[in-house]
Ligand binder design. Sequence first.
Ligand SMILES: Cc1ncc(COP(=O)(O)O)c(C=O)c1O
Length: 287
Amino acid sequence: ITVSMTFTATVAAVVYTGAIPVMVDVDPTSWTMDPSLVENAITPRTKAIVPVHLHGLMVDMEAIKSIADTHGLKVVEDAAQAHGAQRDGRNVGALGDAAAFSFYPGKNLGALGEGGAVITNSPEIADSVRLLRNWGAKEKNNPDRIGFNYRMDAIQGAILGVKLAHLEKWLERRRQVARLYDSALSALDLGKPTEAPGSRHTYHVYAVRVAQRDKRISAFDAQSIQYGIHYPVPVHLQLPYRGWGRGEGSLPVTERLAKEFLSLPIHSGLFQHDVELVAMALDDGGR
Ligand SMILES: Cc1ncc(COP(=O)(O)O)c(C=O)c1O
């Protein structure tokens, strides 16, 4: 059981295992997995829950973990966007059986090429991931299982090791930029990211919900302000995944967010005047 409001990779990973992905809707306020909908989607065939910490906001993992424990399910966190996120005193990745991080260059901790990591407290899962990474082999030419070539280049590890020491500082700066956006956008009629009490959002993405998105985008283009949309087409409506979804209208919150989301520029080098320019363009585009 996972969500459709995510990057396509989350659901691809479920399909790679041979499992059938069941995509549930997200909460209209947090934009992340709605635990009550997970509970309803569980059947005797359910094996695992894959929550996605969308945009850097940690899912309510206590709720997900308690559902998983009640039904004997595994939890695999998609923490690709959420290095350093926290909730209720727990770090992202702490409550799941395993969590996957991405070090794609654009991520909050990015390599100069492809990279990623799995964290787990389970020695069995750790062993299994090590095998899968290296063509299934602990010992050269004598594989224990069918694996993949998912080895990260050593040069990426070296770069990440240096950048890791700066991560906290960069995340705190992103959070400050998010606060600047919160106040610059306070008079505008749009939906902003929320942060549940006890949460630490890491703002890999600062998305707003807007009406008239095309007009806002034109206003951004006119001023060379870059933007993104995370994500414009929910996974259950993407061509390769349609067979596993229940079609248009089946996940109404996800589908509405996909039409309204607009991701604003965010990184640790933005200042008040940058944020004000973005807010002004956003406002102009809505008139
Ligand atoms: C939520 C989510 N899951 C999975 C991935 C896949 O990560 P990678 O591109 O490192 O394989 C990404 C990012 O690309 C992502 O944003």
